[in-house]
Ligand binder design. Sequence first.
Ligand SMILES: *[C@@H]1O[C@H](CO)[C@@H](O)[C@H](O)[C@H]1NC(C)=O
Ligand SMILES: *[C@@H]1O[C@H](CO)[C@@H](O)[C@H](O)[C@H]1NC(C)=O
Ligand SMILES: *[C@@H]1O[C@H](CO)[C@@H](O)[C@H](O)[C@H]1NC(C)=O
Ligand SMILES: *[C@@H]1O[C@H](CO)[C@@H](O)[C@H](O)[C@H]1NC(C)=O
Ligand SMILES: *[C@@H]1O[C@H](CO)[C@@H](O)[C@H](O)[C@H]1NC(C)=O
Ligand SMILES: *[C@@H]1O[C@H](CO)[C@@H](O)[C@H](O)[C@H]1NC(C)=O
Ligand SMILES: *[C@@H]1O[C@H](CO)[C@@H](O)[C@H](O)[C@H]1NC(C)=O
Ligand SMILES: *[C@@H]1O[C@H](CO)[C@@H](O)[C@H](O)[C@H]1NC(C)=O
Ligand SMILES: *[C@@H]1O[C@H](CO)[C@@H](O)[C@H](O)[C@H]1NC(C)=O
Ligand SMILES: *[C@@H]1O[C@H](CO)[C@@H](O)[C@H](O)[C@H]1NC(C)=O
Ligand SMILES: *[C@@H]1O[C@H](CO)[C@@H](O)[C@H](O)[C@H]1NC(C)=O
Length: 867
Amino acid sequence: MLNLIFLLTLLTAVLAGPFDDKDAYKVSPPYYPAPEIGRVPTDLRWRAALKVAQDLVANMTLIEKVNMTTGTGWEMGACVGNTGTVERLGIKSLCLQDGPLGIRFADLITTFPAGITIASTFSRQLVNERGAAMGRENRRKGVDITLSPVVGPLGRHANGGRIWEGFSADPYLAGKLAAEAVTGIQGQNVMAVVKHIVGNEQEHFRQLGEWQGFGFKDLKQPLSSNIDDRTLNEAYLWPFADAVRANVGSVMCSYQQINGSQGCQNAHILNGKLKEEMGFQGFVMSDWLAQRSGVASTLAGLDMSMPGDGLVWADGVPLMGYELTKSVLNGTVQEKRVDDMVTRILTPIIYLSITPGNPNFSSWTNDTTSWKYYGAKAGGNVTVNRHIDVRDEYTTKAALDGANAALVLLKNVKSALPLKNIGKVNIFGIGSATGPLGAVCGENMQCSDGALIEGWGSGSVYPTDYQSPFAAIKERAEQDNITVGGTTESWGNLTKVHQLSSEGDASIVFVLSDSGESTGIVDGNIGDRNNLTLWHNGDNVVKAVAEHNPNTIVVVTTVGPVNLEKWINNPNVTAVLLTGPAGDFGGRAAANILFGDIAPSGKLPFTIAKNDTDYIPLTTEVPKDGLPQDYFTEGTLLDYKRFDANKVTPRFEFGYGLSYSNITLDNLEARYAFPNIPEFLPPPLPPVNPRKPRNNFVPRANETGFPDDIHPLHKYVYPYLNDTSDIFNSNGTQYPYPDGFSTTQKNDTNVNGGAVGGNPALWLSALYVVHSVSNYGPYDTGVVTQLYIAFPQDNDGLKTAPRQLRGFERSELKVGEQKGILYNVQWRDLAVWDVELQSWRVQRGEYHVYVGHSSRDFVLTTSFTLT
Ligand SMILES: *[C@@H]1O[C@H](CO)[C@@H](O)[C@H](O)[C@H]1NC(C)=O
Ligand SMILES: *[C@@H]1O[C@H](CO)[C@@H](O)[C@H](O)[C@H]1NC(C)=O
Ligand SMILES: *[C@@H]1O[C@H](CO)[C@@H](O)[C@H](O)[C@H]1NC(C)=O
Ligand SMILES: *[C@@H]1O[C@H](CO)[C@@H](O)[C@H](O)[C@H]1NC(C)=O
Ligand SMILES: *[C@@H]1O[C@H](CO)[C@@H](O)[C@H](O)[C@H]1NC(C)=O
Ligand SMILES: *[C@@H]1O[C@H](CO)[C@@H](O)[C@H](O)[C@H]1NC(C)=O
Ligand SMILES: *[C@@H]1O[C@H](CO)[C@@H](O)[C@H](O)[C@H]1NC(C)=O
Ligand SMILES: *[C@@H]1O[C@H](CO)[C@@H](O)[C@H](O)[C@H]1NC(C)=O
Ligand SMILES: *[C@@H]1O[C@H](CO)[C@@H](O)[C@H](O)[C@H]1NC(C)=O
Ligand SMILES: *[C@@H]1O[C@H](CO)[C@@H](O)[C@H](O)[C@H]1NC(C)=O
Ligand SMILES: *[C@@H]1O[C@H](CO)[C@@H](O)[C@H](O)[C@H]1NC(C)=O
């Protein structure tokens, strides 16, 4: 009874209807203790890895365990994150490296298409191959854990600074692609990290000190993303479950608060959702300095502190490290929690057969020899950079194929594309050529004076060999004896643009829009974009060219949605192509598509509005109390769902993209995968009784001092205590444990849990949808088809967006070829999150199935009724 009452109070706190009571969303419910690894039934590979890890952990001292949980401090090793070692057991330091589109701070690497770019291919295969190629390059550089892929930000805001790092604001698309990225990366014996859990949708106010430094002096706490329970499950957490299901080894927690509780100490998210309900078997690492407390974070499910420094960059003062040692010795944190942290770190390392200890590059210098511990200026003059070129045919192909398939054809009239019968073409726009500083144009790519290769911040890399659109087009044009001219002039005096644009048979204008992480500011944009207009006076350049040339072709490279209204309907603008930042081969890909060597097949992974006010605005004001609250009042209505629900006609909808060919769809059929699709999840298996080998070492305070052979480095983070005298001297004060705190593992399984990725029934096939697709030519082409489902709308509490993406497929079709497409719709894809039930539910009623070329252009429909 007591339990029931507790549960009910908890539920009423979380479950008031969305935003009826705003204060309810400033509270994130407790969930303790952190569920231990191995409690959910897993496959034998996980179990075997777990056993090996447990035996290792049983043989570790407290100091050794703590060493694995904490980074050694910023710049205290080759990589952006380096863990302490366990010398006695031969466990080497783990190398953790950014990031989402390649290897940060390294030479001789591939710059892959960004997340949002590869998402526009709508291709599981290309995302998988990109992941495998990234994994391969990482392994050759000696990276053990790559901080990729990104599904948070999901893309709530059109102008969120980092949405280009992730895939799409559609959780289904983001989830499927994240799973492929994880599988691709981890297939190369490199661990993937899915990030950032959760609600890090904008750069503004994500961190306190950072944004105070930008002049927001009144800021008192990081932004709180206040997300209602249903939206959390159906939108923001959804793709994380796909990544967990794909056996991702690590999850990174985010900087800002979630419902009033810091991301890295949010027990509801980390313990309740991730570890219990999703059955996650790996470890949670903090984003760099996202950890804001010691014990509280540890209890809430954080397993690894990165980069080791705690509240302040590079000061060597940790929140874990020796503080974690102390918190065990003083009895505040149970040693079994630390055992679980280390077991969670080691198990996926073993599961993925990772062999740590081989980084052959330095994140901190390009010199061949330097200090081993760069941040301490110690361990001098060793080889830190072996300058190994990790690119090969395979990784190059993955990057190029991705860039080619990513380009989206938005407009094509008067047969403008592909280019034919052209003697002279002129190229315009700052985005056509490499900027004056070269492709590597500033720290973390904080620049925008040339072609856009990627956004800026920790998600960027230094391109090795970049070919600009101008260079690629010129190279290709020469084959056909086409003359190429033009100018990159963009500002003020457009005289040359006017002059030259009347000359050619076609004019191609390259325009762009950039954004990044709020570690950097470009043209006054602190990470997030200030507007959705093209940069560098781009609209006026297009207009100037189109004034004189009736065959003006525009190529837009952009980190997210942009406003095209100033010229999209200009009849002289005959064709428009759009791509996300496409890495090394963006220029080449544009040339391939323009000349028709490859047909365009990309589809928009976001909606392009007619009016900027159609998008969800950022929170950019600090309120009087200094505590910015961001209420996600639109709920699950993100991107196209919001336009559909509000009956707003966009310029180009989600999923839109033209073809050079005539593509037709026929023969739609939807079939149940089994006769009675259940309404509710079946109870999962009970928890596995965890095998617990006995610890071989009892922690003793007098064994936690610095060993004689270690001479502490300046600002280096250690597990050792300088002074053990204050350990047992807490003046009799009790640690203020959070409400609902417990150390007893639950003896039942949450109905949504019970396996890696959650209740296995979530992932069962429910519906098979099939149809045919034909290419009537005249081009061989990639073809993306999409499936949307409209759910029953009878239950007021469970209303959904008018239609939701529930299947997509990219095929390669030769002229005259026809192919059958099959979408495997899983039970979860038909489910909604029932807040009262605190679980998933497939409603009874009528469902409509739509198959077509975009989220609005449907060719085939059918329906079915669940009773
Ligand atoms: C603990 O590690 C030592 C090597 O340092 C090894 O000899 C011993 O067998 C290990 N014990 C267990 C229980 O694994
Ligand atoms: C802890 O890690 C450091 C490197 O960060 C290493 O020097 C030290 O020996 C490790 N301690 C143990 C007990 O293995
Ligand atoms: C135990 O140590 C940790 C880490 O220093 C500290 O946060 C906690 O308050 C201590 N507990 C008590 C009861 O003093
Ligand atoms: C290393 O080289 C890149 C250019 O390839 C440059 O942008 C970066 O600043 C250099 N790093 C250091 C630490 O000098
Ligand atoms: C570092 O070592 C290399 C050879 O390994 C030597 O050529 C160089 O002079 C040394 N540099 C310094 C600063 O000691
Ligand atoms: C290009 O010009 C050269 C020399 O005038 C000629 O030999 C060649 O056939 C031309 N190529 C094409 C594709 O027209
Ligand atoms: C604009 O540039 C052209 C050369 O491209 C020059 O002839 C003209 O004087 C300039 N106009 C102004 C107002 O500066
Ligand atoms: C939008 O931002 C870009 C980049 O900072 C800037 O160049 C442009 O002038 C801005 N446009 C408007 C209309 O404010
Ligand atoms: C289109 O280009 C022609 C020149 O070929 C020009 O006369 C006309 O004004 C242009 N139209 C627009 C809308 O700019
Ligand atoms: C965009 O929408 C806002 C608010 O609905 C409206 O005030 C404004 O006039 C619209 N702008 C355009 C260009 O339609
Ligand atoms: C596409 O091809 C089909 C089959 O030949 C034909 O019926 C249809 O009219 C074509 N559509 C277009 C837009 O050319």
